[in-house]
Design a protein. Structure first.
Lengths: 80, 497
């Protein structure tokens, strides 16, 4: 099973209660991964309102994920 | 009768007072501000007034209306001179008719005090010994004997030097939002000697702001932030032109304010404003440095429409709405977080002005101050970002030809056969007309839309305020095969006299 390194920011960090974690998953895309995590951590933001970055570059939600990928979920933030 | 106006003609007090006459008025008070022959111990020979007219009139009318209603006046008006004035001339006139003398005096006093505080007017004093200097009307420039603001520690950097310091002094930066981010940005830019700072914020200081907004004190509570910040920064570095705009940054004022800036800094706390800043900057081809904070972390993005870079809309969908994620009020924030992000913004601004290496572009920088971590994510142009940023297509920066700039007095350039094209916004042209006739006026946005017909057998010289936009526009046209287009180096600001 592929192992991924995940990083959370802002609201997702709060809801997950951690800023990063390593998971073993069969999720093939960031979209599938986010659904899995939303169920586990109770994420309430819809994926359409987030951006995902894979290996330090913004990415589409349907790109394939591979073992060792680093995935970052970024909610929009507006405080000033 | 306009309740507030600017005039270039001498003030005729009797004529101005006439429409204020009213049978119910038992009192009439007027005030005349006149040009005096000295300032801070230096003999003065004359004055020159400039104003940001559109905003000035709006703010002036608001002041007169407030004073009328607060003090129960029946009629009131204020007129401010612009342009060159000699000693003894009336620079500003206020007249108030009220039922009794107390209301008339009070309203008259309130109007002149508030006009001096809030209306964006600057005066340039001409000293008897020949020098001249711009001073903010309310907070006059440095006392002659005070030691000058010393930039030697930053000038010592080989990348800065005297030339870099001069560039900073000629730069104009618009800071939208004077909260946690804005306080940090403004302090650093004022310290670095950025010559003209414009602060836009419609909010007033609240006690809950103070822990992260050290430009303000508890006694500023209730005062417009833009104004309080301008006063504090003017005390800190009195050599700058600092302008406070106490107004919501909306679509109406955005393009005019952005067009007058070399760099825009977004320090707002909501998406609606961030998109406004982004869009106005992209349309004007002006770099914008955006940041947001959330609790212990922040995001930083530099939008470079002048280099064909990605924009905020490339990263976030139109549907990104406020209320989705908390702001500082709802989610809480630790003071150093906006301070750190604001300082990072200031650093990017200085990198742009000074042409330093390492400028962020097409990236999102995530900063997590709990984990002491930074992460740079590649954030390229989104081909689906049609509404805004596609219209300014990518210009390969590396291929910038060395002969893009023309360093000539405008009149000499025109005499040498260059067709001069003023690419500034209409408002800027009105504020500071080109010292030349026969030029073509074509705002940058229209030029980028293909509004300039380039004839192959002519030479074109693009002109803006500081040579930044004109250079980007010339690069843009060169990239389209027009080799006969140049940019006036340093823009109008470098024309001297």
């Amino acid at each position: 099973m592929p192992t991924l390194r995940l990083h959370y920011y802002a609201l997702l960090r709060e809801q997950a209660g951690r800023s990063s974690e390593t998971v073993d998953t069969t999720a093939a895309t960031p979209a599938a991964l986010y659904s899995e995590l939303a169920a586990r951590h109770g994420f309430r933001l819809p994926a359409a309102q987030l951006r995902v970055a894979v290996n330090a570059a913004f990415s589409d939600w349907d790109r394939p994920l591979a073992d060792g990928d680093e995935v970052v979920f970024i909610p929009p933030v507006a405080g000033g | 009768m306009n309740t507030f106006e600017f005039t270039h003609a001498p003030i005729d007090a009797a004529a101005l007072a006439e429409p204020l006459a009213c049978d119910a008025a038992g009192g009439f008070a007027s005030f005349e501000g006149r040009v005096r022959n000295h300032h801070a111990g230096r003999p003065v020979t004359g004055l020159e007034y400039e104003a940001f007219e559109a905003l000035g009139v709006t703010e002036g009318e608001r002041i007169v209306a407030e004073a009328k209603s607060r003090h129960g006046a029946l009629a009131a008006r204020c007129v401010h001179r612009l342009g060159r004035l000699g000693i003894g001339e009336v620079a500003v006139w206020v007249g108030v008719a009220a039922p009794h003398r107390a209301e008339a005096f009070a309203a008259c006093r309130a109007i002149i005090d508030e006009v001096k505080h809030r209306v964006p007017i600057w005066k340039k004093e001409h000293y008897a010994e020949g020098a001249s200097g711009w001073v903010n009307c309310e907070h006059p420039g440095p006392v002659h004997a005070a030691p000058a603001f010393d930039y030697s520690r930053q000038r010592a950097l080989p990348e800065v030097g005297a030339e870099g310091q001069a560039r900073l002094g000629a730069a104009r930066v618009l800071v939208v939002g004077a909260g946690g981010l804005g306080c940090a940005v403004l302090t650093s830019l004022a310290g670095a000697g950025v010559g003209a700072l414009t602060i836009v914020d419609h909010d007033t200081v609240q006690p809950s702001n103070l822990h992260r907004q050290p430009l303000y004190t508890a006694s500023d509570t209730g005062r417009p932030k833009a104004e309080a910040a301008a006063v504090r920064l003017n005390d800190y570095n009195p050599t700058l032109r600092i302008r406070a705009v106490t107004q919501r940054f909306d679509a109406e004022c955005a393009s005019a304010l952005v067009a007058e800036a070399d760099v825009v800094v977004d320090c707002t706390d909501n998406f609606a404003s961030k998109f406004l800043v982004n869009d106005a900057a992209v349309r004007a081809g002006v770099p914008a440095v955006l940041a947001s904070v959330y609790q212990y972390e922040g995001q930083l993005q530099v939008v470079r429409p002048d280099r064909g870079g990605s924009c905020l809309r490339c990263q976030w969908p139109e549907a990104t709405r406020d209320g989705l994620v908390g702001n500082c009020e709802q989610a809480g924030v630790l003071g150093p977080v906006p301070a750190v992000l604001g300082q990072l913004q200031a650093m990017e601004v200085l990198k742009i002005i000074l042409g330093l290496p390492g400028q962020l572009q097409d990236e999102l920088l995530l900063v997590d101050l709990l984990a002491c971590g930074q992460r740079r994510l590649a954030a390229p142009r989104n081909p689906g970002c049609r509404d805004v940023c596609v219209r300014i297509e990518s210009v390969p920066v590396q291929s910038t030809p060395d002969d893009l700039d023309v360093d000539l007095p405008l009149a000499a350039a025109a005499a040498a056969g260059y067709r001069v094209v003023d690419i500034r916004e209409p408002m800027e042209c009105k504020f500071e007309p080109l010292p030349l006739s026969g030029q073509q006026s074509l705002p940058l946005g229209r030029l980028l839309d293909g509004g300039l017909r380039v004839e192959p057998d002519r030479r074109y010289l693009l002109v803006c305020a500081h040579g930044v936009r004109s250079r980007a526009a010339a690069e843009f046209l060169r990239a389209r095969g027009h080799a006969n287009v140049w940019s006036l180096r340093g823009g109008l600001a470098a024309q001297g006299g």
